[in-house]
Design a protein around this ligand. Structure first.
Ligand SMILES: [Zn+2]
Length: 248
């Protein structure tokens, strides 16, 4: 398959910045996320939570998202459904996040980090920014914490985006995230020792993470609809042309 070309300005893997960026995917997870927020509050650190639209079905989700915002964290969009083989409906989860806590986020991460999902969303909406990661600990599998402890000093460096998971409501095996709490404490301690701040992505991209007024919302949604109808009409024209070519 031809390699997709995505500008590294629209799909970020590292940031030229003095802070470390902790990111947590697939939540919120009521059993874990609040404990994580407690750890981050104790060290005065901020992080980014890439939440899925489906996880917002949980009754506790809106209050967890509001707490995240109140404590200076960033909320990113991880798609409505955590799918590999279909478009994750980023627009749906974006609207659901805004309905739950008021923030309009244009910072997203593709489920499974899939480049095709990144390209699909960037084609539909040129105002969004995809965030990949610099480092991870394979925390979707059981983690050897002794091994992680040896890696921490190397992983902690300014500008790194660290991928972790605070949950997945749709899969039982991801519910025990106690190892993620331990890894977070290790990273936070190392950052404190080396005076490296923990920051959320909204501190770097404030224009992409905003509470919108009603008039801004109406104006921007109208503009986005115009943009998507132009994109749809181009896609239709190309598909008609391909059919025409195929029939000759
Ligand atoms: Zn995920």
């Amino acid at each position: 398959m031809k390699e997709l070309e995505i500008s590294n300005k629209r799909w970020i893997r590292r940031i030229n910045h003095p802070a470390l960026f902790l990111t947590y995917d697939d939540g919120p997870n009521p059993a874990v996320t609040s404990r994580l927020l407690d750890i981050l509050r104790a060290v005065r650190g901020a992080a980014t939570f890439f939440v899925t639209g489906e996880s917002l079905d949980q009754i506790e989700a809106p209050s967890i998202l509001r707490r995240m915002l109140a404590e200076g964290h960033t909320i990113g969009n991880h798609g409505q459904l955590h799918l590999k083989n279909a478009y994750p409906d980023f627009e749906v989860s974006q609207r659901r996040i805004e309905a739950a806590c008021g923030v309009h986020t244009r910072i997203f991460r593709a489920p499974h980090g899939l480049k095709t999902h990144v390209a699909d969303y960037l084609r539909r909406d040129r105002s969004v920014l995809g965030l990949h990661w610099t480092r991870h600990f394979e925390d979707w599998l059981p983690v050897d914490l002794a091994k992680v402890a040896k890696q921490i000093s190397e992983v902690v460096e300014p500008g790194s985006i660290v991928l972790l998971h605070d949950g997945s409501p749709s899969s039982e095996q991801y519910r025990d995230r106690s190892q993620v709490l331990a890894i977070t404490e290790m990273i936070a301690t190392e950052c404190q020792c080396r005076s490296i701040p923990l920051a959320g992505l909204a501190s770097v991209y404030p224009a992409l993470h905003r509470i919108r007024s009603e008039s801004e919302r109406v104006r921007e949604d109208k503009r986005a609809n115009r943009g998507s109808s132009v994109a749809n009409s181009i896609a239709t024209t190309i598909s008609v042309f391909k059919q025409w070519c195929g029939s000759h």
